[in-house]
Design a protein around this ligand. Structure first.
Ligand code: SIN
Length: 328
């Protein structure tokens, strides 16, 4: 039987990183070429044919429009290519949730698309890269992975792009899901889904834009004034995501400055700087009166991605933005 053909898009990250010493902490991301990495994977005897396509070799802190545009185009082509069964994107973990969510919002929930990274560089003692990659191959070649949107595979766990976030700086087990936890457990030889696919056949929710607007995250803190809001408006931010205290709160003067921005047509989304939990409408802040949007289950990083995509698609009205956050 022919092996499933998987397109592997390489962007760099720690999975392609090399350590200064095999036991130390210092390393450089994105040093190993994709072909070299797949050469090592060959020795694992995985049951898939891997087609490498390098997109970048960077730390994911530097990911931007050029790489996102290339990834989107490659995956959209792969969706239409009957020879390709699924797609793996090797990616740094720092911004994996942002890339995964952006692609999830703008691609159909068709073939399996899996982002995978590593917390330890490729040559470090106890590196997790090969294991995570072998797991990603398992997920991307399973027909039951289709119709679930973009997936992230880390530490034997499969997450949906809309839920996943990096919750620890350095642990191998660094990723969590909210509001849904993991969708599946995976090893190189097993894959156990906890629920059936729920987006089979659904089209892309938003058109791929020609550019993304400048949207900033403003983190609230005690003893803060309104000047940072004015500075963001001064550099032409098209939207602001508040990473607020508690359930998305901020000092009164900051809320007033943000309300002025919203009244002047700059969408404002309230999310929380707290690790986990919902930000609902009209809890301590009167969103109706201030013209704000509540981020609901999305943390600041993903709220920013959704707001950029909405604005780029011409959606600026608070009620429509709120509906998108409710339905994420
Ligand atoms: C990066 O995001 O490129 C560096 C960190 C990592 O991959 O874990």
């Amino acid at each position: 039987m022919a092996l499933p053909r998987l397109l592997v898009l390489g962007t760099g990250g720690t999975i392609a990183g090399t350590a200064r010493s095999r036991t130390g902490k210092a390393y450089a991301a994105g040093e190993v070429a994709l072909e070299a990495m797949l050469g090592e994977v060959g020795a694992l005897g995985l049951e898939a044919e891997l087609v490498p396509r390098p997109v970048a070799r960077i730390g994911s802190q530097d990911i931007g429009w050029r790489e996102w545009d290339a990834l989107h185009a490659e995956i959209a082509r792969a969706e239409d290519d009957p020879e390709i069964a699924g797609v793996i994107v090797t990616h740094g973990t720092d911004t994996a949730e942002e890339t995964a969510f952006l692609l999830d919002l703008t691609l159909p929930a068709g073939k399996p698309v899996v982002l995978v990274g590593a917390m330890r560089p490729s040559d470090a003692v106890g590196s997790d890269g090969m294991r995570n990659f072998a797991n990603a191959v398992r997920v991307a070649s399973d027909p039951d992975s289709a119709g679930r949107g973009v997936l992230v595979v880390m530490a034997d766990t499969v997450f949906a792009a809309a839920d996943v976030r990096k919750a620890a700086t350095a642990n191998v087990d660094a990723f969590r899901g909210f509001p849904r936890g993991p969708l599946a457990r995976v090893t190189p030889s097993s894959l156990d889904w906890f629920a059936p696919a729920h987006r089979v056949g659904s089209p892309a929710r938003y058109a791929w834009p020609e550019a993304l607007p400048r949207v900033a995250i403003l983190t609230a803190g005690a003893c803060m004034d309104e000047k940072p809001v004015e500075a963001l408006l001064g550099i032409g931010c098209a939207g602001i995501v508040l990473a607020g205290m508690g359930q998305g709160n901020a000092p009164r003067v900051v809320i007033e400055a943000l309300a002025k921005a919203a009244a002047n047509g700059v969408p404002v989304v309230r999310s929380a700087r707290v690790d986990e939990g919902m930000v609902d409408r009209n809890v301590e802040v009167d969103d109706d009166a201030h013209g704000f949007v509540a981020a609901r289950a999305l943390g600041p990083a993903k709220a920013r991605i959704l707001l950029m995509v909405l604005i780029a698609n011409g959606i600026r009205d608070a009620a429509r933005i709120q509906a998108a956050f409710d339905g994420r």
